[in-house]
Design a protein around this ligand. Structure first.
Ligand SMILES: [Fe+2]
Length: 497
């Protein structure tokens, strides 16, 4: 039996295909349409998914009725027609019956049922679901029980997005850039002002007493906060706002973790929602939990899986993020290594695309991470701000020789946490201003990218490659052969398949 899970009609649409409870495909819509963060499904994605047959049921990632009510409550108007999902899906001739899963339950189920834990504390932290903005769940066996909720208008995710906009970046898209900027600022200058101006710190809600902070926001964050401290306009001011925001977020996250730990006795943590992508802050999770699982696509796109899993309640062994469009593979690894040694850089687009925001070696721009010049060369292609470092992909068993991981993290297969580089002078291109690196550890037997990395190590003695996403500036990651050719043509960098 074929069923589809879909998250769409908001931002960053995605579709997952399940056959008899087995996940066989998942992709963001943007990879097929070429529109970054495409909020809608697109014809080519739906057609690709149809190769496994028509769905007998569609699981939708949120409740459109509750969402309509909240939008009305939030002053966004009566959007009933926009939220008519049955009508929406008919645009792509999808006529299967639809089951709805609430937004935060979709997140929680995507995390919990892809974890290996038989019990866990599940924290979902995002901008907004229908009403919920933070939920804490107890996972036990095949049951998820909600223990706590925080509702709109109080939202840590919305606040972080508003601060992203305040720093001159695009909200709901550039939050990771704010996180990168933070390393260039002084966190102490503004952190207290930010906490005081945006959050209440009294004990108005007794249930929050043990957290010592009441996470009610003082503003309607849907309106943004561009008017906050208008005198702060210099580049250094913006860096300091970013650093203060990140420090405030980490403070709040710590309060949430210490509160959650008292509610759910489990030592296993599952963290989900867009905030789970904050790899800088994720280094503190191990202070409260022994084991940590963040599903590789913890934002709304990952809820295309969660909407299904919340209904089936079946465990899904999530062993790989390579579940997207399949480009196959042609080139020998030897030739790719030769090319990197000669030109220091190359593109790689082969096999199945990654499901999630990170390029993990199947749609990657790779470079030799050694030496001082490589960062500038990669930046010439990527046109990125100088404060954004590139990531290393390293043989997992050697990762601890080169990086110091925070407690609770033995590996980082999906680039979800930062680690300290032991030799920043040898690998300056993959080390951030604060000495951290967003490491991808590549496990034995994890597929063709691992084999390439092994070949690279064999030839050079260096166990890592610089790895950044293969995309034309402003566009989503390369998906198919046509995209790879376009990249090659635009930047004159060879893309291997
Ligand atoms: Fe969400």
């Amino acid at each position: 039996m074929i069923v589809w899970g879909i998250s769409a009609n908001s931002h960053d649409a995605a579709l997952s295909v399940f056959r008899d409870n087995e996940l066989i495909f998942a992709s963001h819509s943007e990879r097929f349409s070429g529109i970054k963060n495409d909020p809608d499904l697109c014809g080519s994605l739906v057609e690709y998914a149809r190769q496994w047959g028509e769905p007998e049921r569609v699981y939708w990632y949120e409740n459109p009725y509750l969402k309509t009510a909240r939008q009305l409550f939030a002053g966004q108007g009566w959007k009933f027609s926009e939220n008519n999902i049955s009508k929406y899906l008919k645009r792509w001739n999808i006529h299967a019956p639809i089951s709805y899963t609430s937004h935060h339950l979709s997140h929680a189920a995507a995390g919990y049922f892809t974890s290996t834990y038989s019990d866990a504390c599940v924290i979902v932290l995002d901008a907004i679901g229908e009403y919920n903005t933070l939920t804490i769940w107890q996972g036990k066996g095949d049951k998820l029980t909600r223990l706590f909720k925080l509702d709109f208008p109080d939202s840590i995710g919305l606040w972080y997005s508003a601060m992203t906009q305040r720093c001159g970046l695009k909200p709901l898209e550039d939050e990771y850039i704010l996180m990168g900027m933070a390393a260039y600022g002084d966190p102490d200058r503004l952190v207290n002002d930010i906490l005081n101006d945006f959050f209440w710190f009294d004990e108005y809600f007794t249930e929050w007493e043990s957290m010592g902070v009441m996470l009610a926001s003082r503003r309607n964050l849907h309106q943004g906060c561009l008017d906050w401290r208008p005198e702060l306009t210099s580049t250094q001011d913006l860096y300091d706002i970013a650093a203060g925001t990140q420090a405030a977020y980490e403070y709040i996250l710590e309060r949430i973790l210490s509160y959650a730990v008292t509610m759910s006795k489990s030592k296993n943590l599952v963290l989900m929602g867009g905030c789970a992508l904050n790899c800088s802050a994720n280094r503190i999770l191990g202070k409260y939990y022994d084991n940590i699982w963040i599903m590789p696509n913890p934002g709304d796109a990952g809820s295309s899986l969660g909407s299904v899993l919340a209904h089936t309640k079946k465990r899904l062994a999530f062993s790989t993020a390579y579940i997207g469009y399949d480009m196959g593979k042609n080139e020998k690894d030897e030739n790719i290594v030769d090319h990197i040694l000669e030109h220091k850089i190359c593109g790689l687009a082969r096999n199945k695309a990654e499901f999630g925001p990170r390029a993990l070696g199947n749609r990657s721009l790779l470079a030799d991470p050694r030496g001082n010049e490589i960062k500038d060369r990669v930046n010439e292609i990527k046109h990125r701000q100088k404060f954004r470092p590139f990531a290393p992909a390293i043989l997992e068993e050697l990762a601890h020789d080169y990086f110091i991981f925070p407690s609770g993290w033995d590996n980082s297969r999906y680039m979800q946490v930062v680690a300290k580089c032991r030799y920043p002078e040898l690998f300056p291109a993959i080390v951030h201003a604060d000495g951290s690196s967003r490491v991808q550890t590549v496990a034995k037997g994890s597929g063709p990218f691992r084999e390439l990395l092994e070949k690279w190590y064999e030839r050079t003695g260096c166990p890592m490659l610089l790895n950044t996403s293969l995309n034309i500036k402003g566009q989503p990651m390369v998906n198919d052969h046509k995209d790879a050719e376009a990249f090659e043509k635009k930047y004159g960098v060879k893309v291997f398949n």
